[in-house]
Design a protein around this ligand. Structure first.
Ligand SMILES: *Cc1c(COP(=O)(O)O)cnc(C)c1O
Length: 407
């Protein structure tokens, strides 16, 4: 009968989404702001002869101010792109082409996103020299290593702000300082960081910074590149030629609705950052404790601090992360340490770089928390993970253990 239950408990709606490093849903406020720009306000922002174009252009410039404000930049330093992948490509290939007379060496970290790694690999094939900086067990680049890697041929350093698998946050301010002193351009892929942790391109000594809307509750298919215009002015060769949009750096008719969405999404994420990151960190810690108190041989991958508030990456000894994901797939959306390399069962280059043995790397799971997640969902996910891992381990009784010593 209704009302008889003495311990009412909010139930959870299944499936639970906990893969917010992959993408996020569009915020309803962002969606509402975008909609008129598909229909009534449909003008081409480059049309200067009528009000349809002016209104589109005004909306684009509002978004440009919102993006600039969120990272401490000026509006004229923001170039709209199709996403962080394109921004990374424009930053790296654009600088290398513009500085070809100065040198042929670039420095990146071993744990960059594929968008940066694959640019570097292509440049290597074209004859450039690339240094892949190692990271420590926690997943952090040592600024001392950055300084040591710089030669008189170095033209670019590209180190991500926060990692998309283990959430660790790099010392970009110190790295940027070194780059500035040595006269080398500094790019950072901030796709996981903007809107989640404070970023200021002035304080952090950043010359180029990649942004993606769909990681912060904006639409897919739009992003931005911050390009420093003063002290010093960064020169770039564009990847795309055409109508000369975006000060010649990115030709192509601007996707006005998406740009409007990016601007508002970043503004909302910035204004809600303090409260939301505290909430997510508390949920993340609860998830970690609930799992680790009820299971043996679980290891956190990557340093717990400095780390994104919404990231947890765990390895479960003796089992396959993919098997856990299959076990919970109807209830919980998560990803494993090998998801990024798609079809291959190769453990991720990030887990390899922090020294996780192959077996443990295959047993890794990434939890990406976000706005929709509640405390009830956290407890549900913890319970499901504990039950699934326990079951899988029963099938493989002679599993390897995690040594208690070590970091
Ligand atoms: C998601 C992501 C990208 C790619 O961004 P898109 O906008 O999807 O192209 C690049 N770098 C990092 C760190 C990411 O998390």
């Amino acid at each position: 009968m209704e009302g008889r239950d003495q311990t009412p408990r909010r139930t959870v709606d299944l499936p639970i989404y906990m893969d917010h490093h992959a993408t996020t849903p569009v915020d309803p406020r962002v969606m509402a702001a975008m909609l008129p720009f598909f229909t009534e306000i449909f003008g081409n922002a480059a049309s200067v002869t009528h009000v349809f174009g002016w209104r589109a252009e005004a909306a684009v410039e509002t978004a440009r101010r919102e993006v600039a404000t969120a990272i401490g930049a000026e509006p004229r330093e923001i170039v709209f792109t199709s996403g962080a992948t394109e921004s990374d490509n424009l930053a790296i290939k654009g600088v290398v082409a513009a500085c070809a007379d100065k040198g042929n060496h670039i420095v990146i970290s071993a744990i960059e996103h594929r968008a940066v790694l694959d640019c570097a690999r292509r440049l290597e094939r074209e004859g450039f020299r690339v240094t892949y900086l190692p990271v420590d067990w926690g997943g952090l680049v040592d600024p001392v290593d950055v300084r040591r890697a710089i030669t008189d041929q170095t033209i670019l350093i590209s180190i991500m702000t926060a990692n998309n698998e283990i959430g660790t946050v790099q010392p970009i301010r110190a790295i940027g300082q070194i780059a500035r002193e040595q006269g080398v351009v500094f790019h950072t892929d901030a796709a996981q960081a903007h809107g989640r942790i404070p970023i200021n391109v002035e304080d952090d000594n950043v010359d180029l910074l990649s942004i993606s809307a769909h990681k912060i509750y904006g639409p897919k298919g739009v992003g931005a590149l911050y390009v420093r215009q003063r002290r010093p002015r960064i020169r770039l060769v564009p990847l795309i030629d055409g109508g000369g949009h975006e000060r010649g750096l990115r030709s192509g008719t601007l996707p006005v609705p998406l740009i409007v969405g990016l601007g508002l999404a970043l503004e909302i994420a910035s204004s809600e950052m303090t409260a939301e990151s505290q909430r997510l960190a508390a949920l993340r810690d609860r998830l970690m404790h609930r799992i680790m108190e009820n299971l043996e041989d679980v290891k956190v991958n990557g340093a717990l601090s400095p780390r994104l508030p919404n990231n947890l990456n765990l390895s479960f000894a003796g089992i396959d992360g993919e098997a856990v994901l299959m076990g919970v797939k109807d209830d919980v959306a998560l990803s494993s340490g090998s998801a990024c390399t798609s079809a291959e069962v190769e453990p991720s280059h990030v887990l390899k770089a922090i020294g996780v043995p192959d077996g443990l790397a295959r047993g890794s799971i990434r939890f990406g928390l976000g706005r929709s997640n509640t405390i009830e969902e956290i407890d549900y996910v913890a319970e499901r993970i504990v039950a699934t891992v326990t079951n899988l381990r029963r099938l493989t009784p002679h599993r390897p253990r995690i040594a208690t010593a070590g970091p």
